[in-house]
Design a protein around this ligand. Structure first.
Ligand SMILES: Nc1ncnc2c1ncn2[C@@H]1O[C@H](COP(=O)(O)OP(=O)(O)OP(=O)(O)O)[C@@H](O)[C@H]1O
Ligand SMILES: [Mg+2]
Length: 1079
């Protein structure tokens, strides 16, 4: 929302002097000072802007400020020159009203700066585009050019404009600039030849000498040294803060932008140089025969150079400085010039040259900046003209200037009042007559065609005969004597006779802005502004296009015998034109005030400002403005500003703004004579009423602020609370969401975990299978590849040398093995299993094979050997094997028995008839028949007996008779006891309680002990119905003899006791068998 502000906001003092209460000169100054001290340099008087020169740069001209003031109402923001410029521009653009901005004030008050600010503001806010920007740029750049030629340093202002300037800026219907026209007024040309102390000539001279290149200076025949030129003041040639060299470049650049051609610039510089040269021409007197003095040029060098520069014939100019030709009625009279006249002529030429150059520049600039279209356009005029001047010594120039200011004041009063009046009519307010001082009477004193001062001056100048300033004053004294604003010592009016402040050679005019004393000296001369015709003709003859243009009256073909127009006349005419021009436009005023004489910031010299306030007529201005109504404001902003003062209009008024304001005013009980209601505005007669409203508003604003504060705080707390509540819900929601999410994530991750395990397991299973499958496939492939490889290698191996080593190796090994096998074959040992021979192994690496082969061979040989056995022989060997199992390493007798074949039937019982009977007594087949010794238990002696063994029993029979002594069934034999020695003793132990055991066990001895016991054991082993026969091998065992048990003990005896075994009964219980140890 756009914030509505007002001039009345944050005011320092009062922003509009109309509101000053009480209104007096002191309060006026006090307000100005207060604002000035706070850097508020602008103050309004209604729509007039008072501008105080700050003498320092303030940050109030930034592009942001331009934006701030753009399209805002005049009173909306604090006073500013931009507000005025904006107002003027907008009413030009939107209401199609031509505008003029009148800037007045004394020298150094800031007029030129103000005019530039207005122009730059308008340039910033108006349309943009290539063409428009070019126009803008040209308009703005005309300033530096004109300032260089028309401004100079004075004691009052380092950049004082020495001419009046009025510039019309032309706009199209859209408000885009089209071009402009500049008018100049009365250049102070006397400055060209002479400058007061502490002042300088026009800037351009110094700029040219400081800033031009050596080459340019050489071309212009100039020297950089200021002191070489008479026309340049030396004491203040250098001005602090003024860079002449840089400014020269700026001016050259500006001339280029404005559209000056290079040769034009050159011509202009030549003319400037010529003026400088002219100043250096000096004269000396030369007596003539008729006794008069004639002037002669002293040093012709400068004259020569000047003539070269301007293309003038030197002799022509030289003559023009010595003679003066007066033409009258076809008659030419030539008179000589004395030195003083020659100097006068020189200076006149210099002044004319320069002032005409200046006018030409203005014309030339106008040519460039003039609008290109003939279409109708709107105009904004900016008038930067010298202000009222009151010096100690006031001359013709001040008179002219002050006349101009009188005219401006008049137009100001007229227009302001007219506007005021128009507004009242427009608004339908009753018009009350306003009393004010009308300065028309002073204007009349000066410009009246019959008896005005200027008219009389012209008259005096044109009058034949001796004309001096004094005669002019006399004339004034007679004619203006009765005028109430004219004062002179010699006035017929005796009241000034004793006024010593009024010298005799002066007259005083009571201007609207104060009394000014003018010295008449130089009035006639200056008004005549005489340039001898010889000089203008000499100039016309110049071979220089610009000079020719500047002195058209020098053209002999157009000799005009009429006197040229006087300066006063010309000025009056141009002021008249200006005034007529201004009257057609809507005026906007900027009144510039200079705060001090020191060009210093922050200094406010009361007396100086008071003086300016007086002569600018500012108090009058306020009074005129307040004569009717001090304050006026459209209804809408008024209602907007004060609506809080009434309950009915606060906070909103529904209805027309005017009614709202009426209700408001009635509610506030404002007296009806204090206010008037116009069509669109309310008019407040007295500032007091406005201040009353403002005061009330201020109080109300405080209350409102408290209310707003209260509501705001409540709102803030409530909002905060709601926000907290909302936040809490949000936080809770988020937390719940978070918790649920977490839970969900946990579940999800658990699920995922389980899932992943399952999947992993499945995948691994699958992977295993696949791997297996792959491995199989790979294996197949590998095998195939290997096989193929092998195949290929096998096929190709022979082709590879690399395989040769291995091949040779394999071959060698093969050969060795082959040889080994072949050698083995030829050196095989015999097939006898007992043959222990075996060929030696040829190589260590065959050790294992060799041993293994030997074993294999041996096994094979044994098998072969066994295979050739018959059944009987097999049985024999089986017996032998059994004998070995029973006795090997247990009985010393055994080894002897090994080589003895088991014959079995030693007695050949079936064949021998001797034993026929015995044979028949045995019904079983006899397995063994031998003779054994039966040991007598009594003495240990042996009795031979035949021992028969069948499958079922054994029989002991008498050797001689063959009579069976005992037949014992084999099942009754439980065990056999034998010694470990070489003896043939053995005891057959019978089953206790059996029939056979009645006689006791048998103790026998046989040579074939091993065979007998082996067979007995075999029978026992083969018979399924019997227990195995136990064989005890021990050197002491018990034998049951009938009732007694006798111990049979075997001892070893030495061989010398006989080679045979002897058995002796030692006692009832012991039988000792001594067995000789084998040798
Ligand atoms: N608004 C401003 N801000 C800053 N400085 C300013 C302002 N106005 C004027 N000045 C200063 O004051 C000086 C004089 O101002 P300016 O040349 O505008 O005076 P003037 O009224 O045109 O005088 P003159 O009648 O001699 O031409 C300027 O050179 C500048 O230094
Ligand atoms: Mg100026």
């Amino acid at each position: 929302m756009e914030v509505k502000t007002s001039l009345l906001d944050n005011m320092i003092g009062v922003g509009d002097m109309v509101l000053l209460e009480p209104l007096s000169e002191d309060s006026f100054l006090g307000n100005l000072k207060k604002r000035f001290d706070h850097s508020e340099i602008y103050t309004y008087i209604g729509s007039v802007v008072i501008s105080m020169n700050p003498y320092r740069s303030l940050p109030i001209y930034t592009p942001e400020k331009v934006e701030e003031y753009r399209n805002r109402n005049f009173y909306e923001l604090s006073p500013h020159i931009y507000a005025l410029a904006d107002e003027a521009y907008r009413s030009l653009r939107d209401q199609d009203k031509d505008q003029c901005i009148l800037i007045t004030g004394e020298s150094g008050a800031g007029k030129t700066e103000a005019s530039k600010l207005v122009m730059s503001y308008v340039a910033a806010v108006c349309g943009k585009g290539h063409e428009v920007n070019k126009v803008k740029e040209q308009l703005l750049q005309s300033n530096p050019v004109l300032e260089a030629f028309g401004n100079a340093k004075t004691v009052r202002n380092d950049n004082s404009s020495r001419f009046g300037k009025y510039m019309d800026i032309e706009f199209d219907f859209k408000g885009d600039p089209l071009g402009g026209v500049i008018s100049n007024y009365l250049l102070e040309k006397s400055r060209v030849v002479k400058q007061p102390r502490g002042e300088r000539n026009f800037h351009v001279f110094y700029q040219l000498l400081s800033g031009a290149s050596d080459d340019t200076l050489r071309k212009l025949k100039l020297d950089r040294d200021f002191s070489k030129y008479n026309y340049l003041s030396l004491d203040s040639a250098a001005v602090s803060g003024l860079d002449d060299a840089a400014n020269f470049r700026t001016v050259r650049n500006a001339m280029q932008i404005v559209g000056f051609m290079e040769d034009e610039v050159q011509s202009v510089l030549e003319l400037v140089a010529a003026v400088l040269k002219l100043g250096n021409i000096e004269f000396k007197p030369e007596s003539r025969c008729n006794g008069t003095d004639e002037s002669r040029v002293k040093d012709k060098n400068d004259l020569k150079e000047m003539c070269e520069l301007l293309g003038i014939e030197q002799s022509v100019l030289e003559r023009a400085f010595s003679y003066r030709t007066v033409e009258a009625k076809m008659e030419k009279v030539s008179t000589t010039l004395n030195v003083a006249q020659a100097y006068y002529a020189r200076d006149a030429l210099a002044k004319n040259l320069y002032s005409r150059l200046f006018s030409w520049l203005v014309t030339r600039i106008n040519e460039s900046i003039q609008a290109q279209t003939k279409a109708r356009h709107k105009v904004m005029g900016v008038l930067d003209i010298y202000g009222f001047e009151i010096f100690e010594d006031n001359s013709f120039e001040q008179f002219i200037i002050n006349y101009c200011n009188e005219k401006l004041q008049q137009i100001f009063i007229e227009l302001t009042l007219r506007e005021e009046q128009e507004e009242y009519v427009r608004e339908g307010i009753e018009w009350t007559n306003i009393e004010y001082f009308n300065n028309a009477i002073i204007c009349d004193l000066i410009e009246n065609n019959q008896n005005g001062i200027l008219a009389m001056l012209d008259e005096e100048c044109l009058r034949p005969g001796t004309v001096t300033d004094e005669t002019f004053l006399d004339k004034l004294n007679t004619i203006c004597a009765d005028h109430q604003h004219f004062e002179s010592r010699l006035n017929k009016n005796s009241k000034f006779l004793n006024d010593h402040s009024l010298p005799h050679n002066c007259f005083r005019i009571q201007h609207y802005a104060g009394k000014v004393l003018y010295r008449v000296e130089g009035f006639v001369d200056k008004n005549n502004d005489l340039l001898y015709r010889d000089l203008s003709q000499a100039m016309y003859k110049a071979n220089h296009s610009l000079i020719k243009q500047l002195f058209p009256e020098g053209n002999p073909a157009k000799v005009n015998l009429k006197r040229p127009l006087t300066a006063g006349f010309q000025f009056r005419a141009s002021v008249g034109t200006l005034m007529r021009n201004l009257q057609t436009k809507n005026p906007n005023y900027i009144r510039c005030i200079k705060p001090n004489d020191k060009k210093a910031s922050h200094i406010f010299t009361d007396s100086l400002v008071r003086h300016q306030v007086r002569y600018l007529g500012l108090m009058e201005n306020v009074r005129v403005r307040r004569a009717g109504y001090a304050f006026r404001q459209p209804y809408e902003p008024c209602l907007e500003r004060y609506k809080m003062l009434c309950k009915r209009t606060w906070p909103h008024w529904k209805g027309p703004a005017r009614e709202g304001v009426e209700v408001l005013m009635a509610d506030l009980q404002i007296p009806t004579e204090e206010i008037s209601y116009g069509r669109s505005k309310i008019f407040i007669r007295n500032p007091r009423t406005l201040f009353f409203l403002e005061e009330k508003r201020k109080q109300c604003l405080q209350d409102l602020a408290t209310l707003i504060q209260k509501i705001y705080r409540g709102w803030k707390c409530r909002t905060h609370f709601l926000l907290m509540k909302k936040s809490q819900i949000v936080v809770a929601a988020w937390y719940r969401r978070y918790a649920q999410q977490k839970k969900y994530r946990n579940i999800k991750s658990a699920t995922t975990m389980v899932q992943s395990y399952t999947r992993g397991w499945q995948a691994r299973k699958l992977l295993r299978e696949l791997k297996h499958q792959k491995r199989c496939e790979e294996a197949v492939t590998t095998i195939a590849a290997f096989w193929h490889g092998t195949q290929v290698r096998r096929e190709y191996r022979k082709f590879f040398r690399a395989n040769a080593g291995k091949k040779i190796y394999d071959f060698t090994i093969q050969r060795i093995i082959q040889k080994y096998f072949l050698g083995l074959k030829s050196s095989m040992p015999s097939m006898s299993p007992i043959d222990r021979k075996w060929p030696a192994r040829p190589y260590g690496f065959l050790d294992g094979v060799h041993t293994e082969l030997r074993k294999i061979f041996h096994h094979w040989r044994c098998k072969k050997y066994r295979d050739q056995f018959t059944e009987e022989k097999k049985a024999v060997y089986e017996e032998k094997l059994e004998a070995s199992e029973i006795f090997k390493d247990k009985k010393a007798l055994y080894p002897n028995s090994v080589s003895q074949p088991f014959k079995g039937d030693y007695l050949e019982i079936s064949k021998n008839p001797k034993y026929q009977k015995l044979n028949s007594a045995v019904d079983e087949k006899v397995l063994l028949a031998d003779v054994v010794n039966k040991i007598n238990r009594a003495n240990g002696k042996g009795t031979p007996r035949i021992f028969l063994l069948t499958k079922k029993n054994f029989v002991l029979a008498d050797q001689k008779t063959g009579q069976v002594k005992a037949s014992i069934p084999l099942p009754d034999v439980t065990s056999v006891s034998v010694s470990t020695q070489k003896d043939g003793f053995f005891a057959l132990k019978l089953k206790e309680g059996s029939a056979s055991a009645v006689k006791g066990d048998f103790l026998l001895s046989s040579e074939h002990l091993i065979e007998i016991i082996t067979k007995l054991h075999r029978i026992g082993a083969t018979a399924a119905d019997r227990e195995k026969l136990k064989v005890d091998i021990s050197d002491e065992f018990l034998v049951q003899f009938k009732q007694d048990k006798v111990c049979v003990k075997f001892i070893q005896s030495s061989p010398k006791n006989g080679n045979s075994v002897s058995c002796k009964r030692k006692n009832n219980r012991l039988l000792e068998v001594s067995v000789p140890t084998s040798p």
